[in-house]
Design a protein around this ligand. Structure first.
Ligand code: NDP
Length: 283
């Protein structure tokens, strides 16, 4: 059996077209959605992620601004800058690119962003709203994963979802979103005993560990839906996921590739959230 590939790249193209149409309508009403990304320092991976976010914004007609700050900026200066954008009525979304330098408290920064402009969905208020099933900015990677699963017409309700990884930005929230969709969710992490006994039970297996080829065909059941979140660079410079794709695709029912799976949808959901925030200007 060869798995159906769920292409995040194709879905992102389609979604961005829909988002571009929404922006056109907003512009007719005098609203241009605007996203501000704040980057501290020159981390090459962060710069590359931001490039992708800028491209998706521009493509859909969202105004994009990068605030590129020196590594030496103080926490206080950063908090003041965030506050300025919190007050700016023409800015809809504020994203502080993580990770931050060690001298800056990430939690304080995330909590400084107005929950109404927190398009990354990391603010505790948005996380609480998501947990309780209220309207919220959903974290982009988990929201993108749900879109990917739904795009393949896969039933979620009643399915056993196993999430490997419990980070605040991927593992925990993706499990919560799928619980909200009536899945039965199991979380696994580095202290889980006999990991394979869980992964082999998964109807939908979500892997967000950050280790190249961490799971392979032997770790999953025949026909499973496999969502590979990991992005790892091999010594030869190739990007690979947490799942051994070549092996797994012979056993899974559905699988996302790396690159071209979860990544493009993460960025698309950021633009989606920015447009959602801009729509609030209408009311
Ligand atoms: P974190 O490092 O924050 O979390 C990794 C998780 O994996 C932890 O919960 C950890 O467990 C768990 N883990 C580590 N080793 C094992 C093990 N041996 N067995 C079981 N679980 C283990 O990573 P992120 O969640 O931020 O990211 C995960 C991956 O996804 C990375 O490759 C990242 O680059 C990628 N990513 C991709 C995105 C995209 O858009 N495509 C977006 C965000 C991330 P414990 O909690 O016990 O330490």
């Amino acid at each position: 059996m060869t798995a159906t590939i769920i292409s995040g790249k194709d879905l992102a193209i389609q979604k961005r077209q829909e988002l571009a149409n929404e922006v056109k309508l907003l512009k007719q009403k005098g609203i241009t959605p605007k996203l501000v990304i704040i980057l501290v320092g020159d981390d090459p991976a962060s710069l590359s992620y931001i490039k992708g976010k800028q491209k998706a914004s521009v493509e859909t007609g969202v105004e994009f601004k990068l605030e590129h700050l020196k590594e030496s900026v103080t926490e206080n200066e950063l908090l003041q800058l965030i506050d300025r954008y919190n007050q700016d009525p023409f800015v809809d979304g504020i994203l502080v690119q993580l990770p931050l330098p060690k001298h800056i408290d990430e939690k304080a920064v995330i909590e400084k962003i107005s929950p109404e402009k927190d398009v990354d969905g990391f603010h505790p208020i948005n996380i609480g709203r998501m947990m309780t099933g209220q309207e919220a900015f959903l974290p982009c990677t988990p929201a993108g994963i749900v879109e990917l699963i739904k795009s393949a017409n896969i039933e979620i309700a009643g399915k056993h979802v196993v999430v490997v990884g419990r980070s605040n930005i991927v593992g925990k929230p993706v499990g919560q979103l799928l619980l909200n969709e009536d899945a039965t969710v199991t979380y696994c992490h580095s202290k889980t005993n006999n990991l394979r006994s869980f992964t082999k039970e998964a109807d939908i297996l979500i892997v967000a560990v950050g280790k190249a080829h961490f799971l392979s065909a032997d770790d999953m059941k025949e026909g499973a839906v496999v969502i590979d979140v990991g992005v790892n660079r091999t010594q030869s410079g190739k990007l690979v996921g947490d799942v051994h794709f070549e092996e797994a695709k012979e056993k899974a029912g559905f699988i996302t590739p790396v690159p071209g799976g979860v990544g493009p949808m993460t960025i698309t959901m950021l633009v989606h959230n920015t447009i959602l925030a801009a729509k609030k200007r209408l009311s």
